[in-house]
Design a binder for this molecule. Structure first.
Ligand code: COA
Ligand code: AMP
Length: 635
C-alpha cells in the first residue's frame, strides 16, 4: 500500500456500520470452515449475541495445517533468544509435525475436547506449540505469565481446573535464571483443583526435579509419541466453543478469566493482520511481548500464523540482552516488516541510547511500521521513534477483553495522518462513544467514559470463564446497551480518540496490567497493617509504578521501615516480581473524605509531583502534607 494513497478507512468503516453481518460474513471467507456458520450473528445467544453460530472449525488447522500444505517450507516461527544464544527456524511443515505430536501427547495424558490445560512457560517455541496443540484437540488453554508468583498461579488453577499443566524448568530474565518448577510445585500445593499431570520442558540452564507419577519430561513424551508414530488430527469444534481462557487483572485480587472463542477470533485476527497491520502472507511480523499476555496470544501466536505470516518469538529484553541495539539486530537479521511492542520498550531503549547510536550498526530495509500498544504512548516516545526509524509509528488501543484493536490507524487500508497522543480511530466492529456518568453522549473534546455500543465485534470476549454474572456486572450493567471499557478519554473534532487513563483501580506497569486492589489485599493481610491504599505513580520508564501507603496498627513494635521492607517482599511473594512493587510508605493516617472514602486521586496527583488542590471534603488537611513530605525523598 502506497503510504501517500488516500486511506480507504472511511469507506470500510461505513460499509461495516451499514451492514455489520454482511461485513463480517465477507471477512469470514478468510477462514477454512468445516461447516460454514448458520448465522453470522445470532442476537439471541449469550449476553449480547454470538458470532458465527453453527459454524464448525479448528483454529490449529487454520493457523498451521493449511499453510503446511500450501507453504510448507516458509518459516512459521523464528525463535531468537539472545539470553540463551539460541536461534531456531521452524517451518510450517515442521510446526505441524511438532504440534500434532504434542497434541497426541496431551491426548495420551487424557486431555479431551473442552478440558483445560494451563501453560506456564517462558518465551520458548514449546509455549506456542503447547497452545496450538490444545487448539488442535479442542482443549482450552490458559497461559499464565511467568512473572506471576505461585499464589497467582494457584488462583488460576483453582478457577479453571486444568487436567494438565505444561511448564518448563526455568525462564531467563536478562542475566537471571528464574526457576519455574518451585513456583509450579508451590502453586499446586496451594491449590485445591490439582492437575492429573504436568509436562516439564527441561532447559539446559536449570534442571527441574520431577514428582514421580505426576510430572513428565517433555522431551521424553515427545520422543515416545514419535517412536509410536502418534500424531493427533484436528478435532472439529463449534465456532462459539472456547479456544482459551486468559486471566487478567480485575478490581480485586481475583483475576477475570477472559474467554475467547474459535470462529470470531480467527475472523477478527485475519481482518486485523491484513487491514490494520498491513501484513501479507510471507511477511515477517514481530510482536515483542510475551505469550502470557493477550498481545502474545493474538499477535505472536494466532494472527500471524492464521495469516500465513512468519512470527518472531523473541526471548530477551529491549536493553541489556546484550545492548539497546537488540531490537534493530532482530529486525535486520530476520527481515522484520512490522514490530509491535509497548512504549515502555522504546522508553528503555531511548534511556540507554538517546542518540540511537546502536541503530547505525544495522540496515533495516524491510522495516515498514512500528505499532505501539498496551499503555498510553506518550508523544515524546512516538516522536523519538519516528525520528530515529523514519517509519510510521502507529499507536493503537485495545484490551485483553477485546483481543484485538478497538481504535487504531489501519495501515493496510492506507494510514490516516498520525496525531501523537491519539491511537486514531475506531476499527470496524467498534461503535465507540464518550459518555457521562448517566450514559449520555458527550460532545467532542469533552472527557468521559469510553463505551462501545453492543454487540462487541468478532474476537471480543463473549463472557468470563464460568462467571456470567460477573461478566454482566463488570462490563454491561453500568451503561445498558454498551460495553464499558473502564478507560476514560475524549474524541477530538476530527474523530480521533484519546485514551487518558482507567476509571477503575487498574494500573499499567511497563505495559503489564495490574490491580492496585489486588495489591491492597496483600498489604492488608500483613499482621501489622491497619489500613492501606495503593496508587499508580507516574514513572519515566515504566509509565506507572505502584506505591503503597500503609497505616500500622497501634502498638506495633517494629520500626516502620522494617515493615515497609516486609511489605515489598510480601507483594513479590504473593503476586510476583512483575508487580514491580518497590515502595511502601508508613503514614499516620490515610487522607479521607468526611464520609470515609480514601482520596486516592489526590494522593496520585501528589505522588506524580503535579499540581493538586485540597479537596473540599477532606476530613483532615494535615494528612496530605504528611504524604507529600514522605514522598519527597522516596520518589
Ligand atoms: N518470568 C519471571 N520473571 C519475570 C518475567 C517472566 N516472564 N517477566 C518479568 N519478570 C520479572 C523481572 O525480572 C523483574 O524482576 P526484578 O524485580 O527482580 O528485576 C520484574 O519481573 C519486573 O519486570 P519488568 O517490569 O519487565 O522490568 P524489567 O526491569 O525486567 O524490564 C523493561 C524493564 C522495560 C525492559 C521491560 O519491562 C520491557 O521489555 N517492557 C516491554 C513491555 C512489554 O513487553 N509489555 C508486554 C505487553 S505488550
Ligand atoms: P491489557 O488488558 O493488559 O491489554 O490492558 C488494557 C489497558 O491498557 C486498557 O484498558 C488501557 O487502559 C491500556 N492501554 C492499552 N493500549 C493503550 C493505548 N494505546 N493507549 C492508552 N492506553 C492503552
Amino acid at each position: 500500500m502506497d503510504a501517500r494513497a488516500p486511506s480507504r478507512y472511511g469507506e470500510v468503516y461505513a460499509a461495516w456500520k451499514a451492514d455489520p453481518a454482511g461485513f463480517w460474513g465477507e471477512q469470514a471467507k478468510a477462514v477454512d470452515w468445516i461447516t460454514p456458520p448458520r448465522a453470522v450473528f445470532d442476537p439471541d445467544q449469550g449476553a449480547y449475541g454470538r458470532w458465527f453460530v453453527g459454524g464448525v472449525c479448528n483454529t490449529c488447522h487454520n493457523a498451521v495445517d493449511r499453510h503446511a500444505a500450501s507453504r510448507p517450507d516458509q518459516a512459521a516461527i523464528i525463535y531468537d533468544s539472545p539470553v540463551t544464544g539460541t536461534k531456531r527456524r521452524i517451518s510450517y511443515a515442521q510446526l505441524k509435525e511438532e504440534v500434532a505430536t504434542f497434541a497426541a501427547v496431551l491426548q495420551d495424558l487424557g486431555v479431551e475436547k473442552g478440558d483445560r490445560v494451563i501453560v506456564y512457560m517462558p518465551m520458548v517455541p514449546e509455549a506456542a506449540i503447547a497452545m496450538l496443540a490444545c487448539a488442535r484437540i479442542g482443549a482450552i488453554h490458559s497461559v499464565v505469565f511467568g512473572g506471576f508468583a505461585a499464589k497467582e498461579l494457584a488462583t488460576r488453577i483453582d478457577d479453571c481446573h486444568p487436567k494438565v499443566i505444561v511448564s518448563a524448568s526455568c525462564g531467563i530474565e536478562g542475566s537471571k535464571v528464574v526457576a519455574y518448577k518451585p513456583l509450579l510445585d508451590g502453586a499446586i500445593d496451594l491449590s485445591v483443583a490439582k492437575p492429573q499431570a504436568c509436562v516439564i520442558l527441561q532447559r539446559p540452564q536449570a534442571d527441574a526435579s520431577l514428582v514421580p507419577g505426576r510430572d513428565h519430561d517433555w522431551a521424553g513424551l515427545v520422543a515416545h509419541a514419535r517412536a509410536a508414530g502418534r500424531q493427533a488430527d484436528c478435532v472439529p469444534v463449534a465456532a462459539t466453543d472456547p479456544l482459551y481462557v486468559l486471566y487478567t487483572s480485575g478490581t480485586t485480587g481475583k483475576p477475570k478469566g477472559v474467554v475467547r472463542d474459535n470462529g470470531g477470533h480467527m475472523v477478527a485476527l485475519a481482518w486485523s493482520m491484513a487491514n490494520l497491520y498491513g501484513m501479507r502472507p510471507g511477511d515477517v511480523f514481530w510482536a515483542a511481548s510475551d505469550v502470557g499476555w493477550v498481545v502474545g496470544h493474538s499477535y505472536i501466536v494466532y494472527a500471524p500464523l492464521i495469516a500465513g505470516v512468519t512470527s518472531i518469538l523473541y526471548e530477551g529484553k529491549p536493553v541489556g540482552t546484550p545492548d539497546p541495539g537488540a531490537y534493530w539486530r532482530v529486525i535486520s537479521e530476520h527481515g522484520v516488516n512490522a514490530l509491535f511492542t509497548a512504549p515502555t520498550a522504546f522508553r528503555a531503549i531511548k534511556k540507554e541510547d538517546p542518540n540511537a547510536e546502536h541503530l547505525k550498526r544495522y540496515q533495516l530495509p524491510t522495516f515498514r511500521t512500528l505499532f505501539l500498544a498496551g499503555e498510553r504512548a506518550d508523544p515524546d516516545t512516538v516522536v523519538w521513534a519516528e525520528t530515529i526509524l523514519g517509519v510510521p509509528v502507529i499507536d493503537h488501543w485495545w484490551q485483553t477483553e477485546t483481543g484485538w484493536c478497538i481504535a487504531g490507524n489501519p495501515v493496510g487500508l492506507g494510514a490516516l495522518p498520525v496525531k501523537p497522543g491519539s491511537p486514531t480511530v475506531p476499527m470496524p466492529g467498534y461503535d465507540v462513544r464518550i459518555v457521562d456518568e448517566g450514559g449520555r453522549d458527550l460532545p467532542a473534546n469533552t472527557m468521559g467514559s469510553i463505551v462501545v455500543k453492543l454487540p462487541l465485534p468478532p474476537g471480543s470476549f463473549p463472557t468470563l470463564w464460568q462467571q456470567e454474572e460477573r461478566f454482566r456486572e463488570s462490563y454491561l450493567a453500568q451503561f445498558p446497551g454498551y460495553y464499558s471499557t473502564s478507560d476514560a478519554g475524549f474524541v477530538d473534532d476530527d474523530g480521533y480518540l484519546y485514551i487518558m487513563g482507567r476509571t477503575d483501580d487498574i494500573i499499567n506497569v511497563a505495559g503489564h496490567r495490574l490491580s492496585t486492589g489486588g495489591m491492597e489485599e496483600v498489604l492488608s493481610s500483613h499482621p501489622d497493617v491497619a489500613e492501606c491504599a495503593v496508587i499508580g505513580m507516574a514513572d519515566q520508564l515504566k509509565g506507572e509504578v505502584p506505591c503503597g501507603f500503609v497505616v500500622l496498627k497501634a502498638g506495633v513494635n517494629k520500626r516502620p521501615d522494617e515493615v515497609e521492607k516486609e511489605l515489598v517482599a510480601l507483594v513479590r511473594e504473593k503476586i510476583g516480581p512483575v508487580a514491580a512493587f518497590k515502595l511502601a510508605i508508613a503514614v499516620s493516617r490515610l487522607p479521607k473524605t468526611r464520609s470515609g472514602k480514601i482520596l486516592r486521586g489526590t494522593m496520585k496527583k501528589i505522588a506524580d509531583g503535579g499540581e493538586w488542590s485540597m479537596p473540599a471534603t477532606i476530613d483532615d488537611p494535615a494528612v496530605l502534607a504528611e504524604i507529600e513530605e514522605a514522598l519527597k525523598d522516596r520518589r
